[in-house]
Write a protein that binds this ligand. Structure first.
Ligand code: PAF
Length: 282
């Protein structure tokens, strides 16, 4: 396994791989890897001859007052996880490689970025789509893998790749959860043991919604009431949003079907967590 920090060196290695007929799978991350990332790496290992893991805490997707500085970083640990997952190349550029002096180009996806996290975190998706475009141009993967916990991010990236005719297959992978239901996230590292218990209200409320849907309830207002009550029962939780959207267009829905997305953003103390499910999924 090798680590590359330079954009040009990464591009040269990718070009050479393609010239020799090898396919490339890319797993873009901000590091502090957990089992969710490991599942992306396993699938990437299966799909590409060369498996590239990018680790870059991208400053442009963090707003003012967000946790860019505090975001957990542990490259030594990430290297060990990557080695175990069969990664061939870690691409870990310094910020100056990605955004050198004079940088002024950004990629914006329009409607899909307006609701949900786009409304709560203005500019966030512009940073995500910009850095993902850059990573795709640098690594030139045949396939890029993303987790479904960031459901809107995955939808936005799919849209961008289609709209800009980028020659890459985008693969979404299911959310990985702890046995008690907590969705894996690098930000879980911020939670105290008590807050971690409180954070279970997110997955609990998703289970409640799915059970209601399975029992035949289709009125979104009724499901929302129950979800809100489950989260409100947890004193440490403050709702950012509870939204029911079409799983493809992300437009609001009043009547639920199998493709209805329930998306949550909830603050536990100062830690903002997101989670989601499609009501029709098992
Ligand atoms: O999901 C993430 O970790 C990041 O948003 C991504 C896709 C690596 C872009 O910085």
């Amino acid at each position: 396994m090798q680590t590359i920090e330079s954009v040009v060196a990464m591009q040269n290695l990718s070009r050479a791989a393609h010239r020799s007929g090898r396919t490339i799978a890319l797993v873009p991350t901000m590091g502090f890897l957990h089992d969710g990332h490991a599942s992306l790496l396993r699938e990437g290992r299966r799909r590409g001859d060369l498996l590239v893991l990018s680790i870059f805490v991208n400053p442009t997707q963090f707003g003012v007052g967000e946790d860019f500085e505090a975001y957990p970083r542990d490259l030594a640990r990430d290297r060990a996880v990557a080695e175990g997952a069969g990664v061939d190349v870690i691409f870990a550029p310094p910020a100056g490689e990605m955004y050198p002096a004079g940088y002024q180009t950004y990629v914006d996806v329009e409607r899909l970025t307006l609701p949900l996290c786009g409304a709560s975190r203005p500019g966030h998706f512009r940073g995500v789509t910009t850095v993902v475009s850059k990573l795709l141009n640098i690594v030139q993967p045949d396939v890029a893998l993303f987790g479904a916990k960031d459901y809107q991010q995955l939808a936005v990236i799919r849209r961008m790749v289609a709209d800009l005719n980028m020659p890459v297959e985008v693969v979404g992978m299911p959310i990985v959860r702890e046995v008690d239901g907590l969705a894996l996230s690098s930000r879980n590292a911020y939670l105290s043991p008590e807050q971690r218990q409180s954070a279970l209200c997110l997955s609990r409320s998703l289970r409640t919604a799915k059970a209601l849907y399975r029992s035949g309830e289709r009125n979104v207002a009724t499901v929302r009431e129950r979800v809100t009550a489950v989260i409100a029962a947890e004193p440490a939780a403050a709702v950012d949003y509870i939204e029911f959207r079409n799983g493809d267009s992300l437009e609001e829905v009043a009547v639920a079907d199998d493709r209805t997305l329930l998306a949550l953003a909830v603050k536990i103390g100062t830690t903002r967590l997101i989670d989601n499910c499609l009501l029709g999924e098992e």
